[in-house]
Design a protein around this ligand. Structure first.
Ligand code: 2GW
Ligand code: MN
Length: 296
């Protein structure tokens, strides 16, 4: 019946998300209270999504930062695996931000896929390396990305694609459910609880993971601007949110609800014991060598 629904959708030109099948994953939550879909394997017809986005000539930008030791540690595997799994069939532009452009690996890209390497400064504190991404993303959307790509996705570099990460993930404003929190009660969410921080929130909808966010350029630009301004206001007030940019991102998505949520299938931590909901690992956390990478 699912295939039938999809074929009918192609003929009748109904909106793509009307073909989502919310009944196929009874064990997990597939919609938010504001009716945004939460994307799990089995809910969507990948061929249909790809067809429609190809017809619509959707284009996608991916941003990733690899500064200091994170370049050697993660960038090559991230990019090689993205070539195998990320938005295959659609035009993709990678924006790689690094302090040492000449060290970016020379990867063979498929047709319609290009890479731009942009030099950024290496902030001394790792918290700033992470938080200041918001400023760079905002500037680059204005300068370049909004002129050439309809959608943008912003990624942490310490992860590896292992399965399809396709056009079903595209949406106006896209957030990711954090693998460690999607099953926990709200009182366990690690929001910033310091009233002095702009990221302060007492409760929320979900705990989102800042390792992936995306959407239409204008929406991600707004997100990056709001988060960056909040981060700077915290600096003036001499406070720092508990989980840095992730705390500000959670506050942003509490105030501006995302239109689409990605399940933890889109960013899984393989050290989690209970994998019962995970039908496919599309992207997994890379192993972290904290001893070598986080010398502060
Ligand atoms: C970060 C922490 C400690 C030491 C180094 C770095 C670091 C990060 C670095 O030396 N170089 C660098 O390029 N980064 C970039 O910042 C890189 O893209 C990396 O993926 C990103 C976030 O840092 P990461 O991946 O170590 O942080 P996580 O995996 O603990 O991530 C969550 O929390 C962060 C804030 O604390 C961010 O919100 C991140 O988006 C979250 O996934
Ligand atoms: Mn990370």
């Amino acid at each position: 019946s699912f295939v039938f629904v999809s074929e009918a959708a192609v003929r009748q030109n109904v909106s793509l998300d009307e073909t989502l099948n919310f009944g196929t994953r009874p064990a997990v939550r597939t919609r938010t209270s504001w009716n945004a879909p939460i994307i799990w394997e089995g809910m969507f017809d990948p061929i249909l999504y790809d067809q429609k986005h190809t017809q619509a000539e959707s284009t996608v930008a991916l941003t990733v930062f690899a500064v200091g030791r994170y370049l050697d540690a993660y960038l090559n595997n991230f990019l090689v695996s993205a070539e195998a799994h990320f938005m295959l069939g659609l035009p993709v532009t990678y924006y790689v931000f690094t302090d040492v452009p000449e060290k970016v690996p020379n990867i063979t890209l498929a047709p319609q896929r290009t890479m731009k390497v942009i030099q950024v400064e290496k902030h001394t504190r790792w918290q700033d390396i992470s938080m200041m991404r918001m400023k760079t993303i905002s500037e680059m959307i204005d300068k370049e990305i909004s002129h050439s790509s309809k959608y943008i996705f912003c990624f942490d570099v310490d992860q590896v694609f292992m399965g399809r990460f396709g056009s079903e993930a595209l949406g106006d404003s896209v957030a990711l459910l954090h693998a460690h929190y999607y099953k926990l009660p709200k009182d366990r969410f690690t929001y910033d609880k310091n009233p002095k921080s702009k990221a302060f929130m007492e409760t929320g909808d979900f705990y989102y993971h800042a390792a992936i966010f995306g959407g239409l350029c204008k929406n991600v630009k707004h997100l990056a601007d709001v988060c960056y301004l909040s981060i700077m206001e915290d600096k003036i007030n001499d406070v720092e949110a508990l989980w840095h940019d992730e705390s500000h991102l959670n506050k942003y998505f509490w105030v501006h609800k995302p239109s689409r949520l990605l399940s933890p299938e889109y960013c899984w931590d393989q050290s989690i014991g209970d994998k019962s909901d995970i039908m496919v690992m599309r992207l997994v956390w890379a192993l972290k060598d904290y001893a070598n990478l986080r010398t502060r």
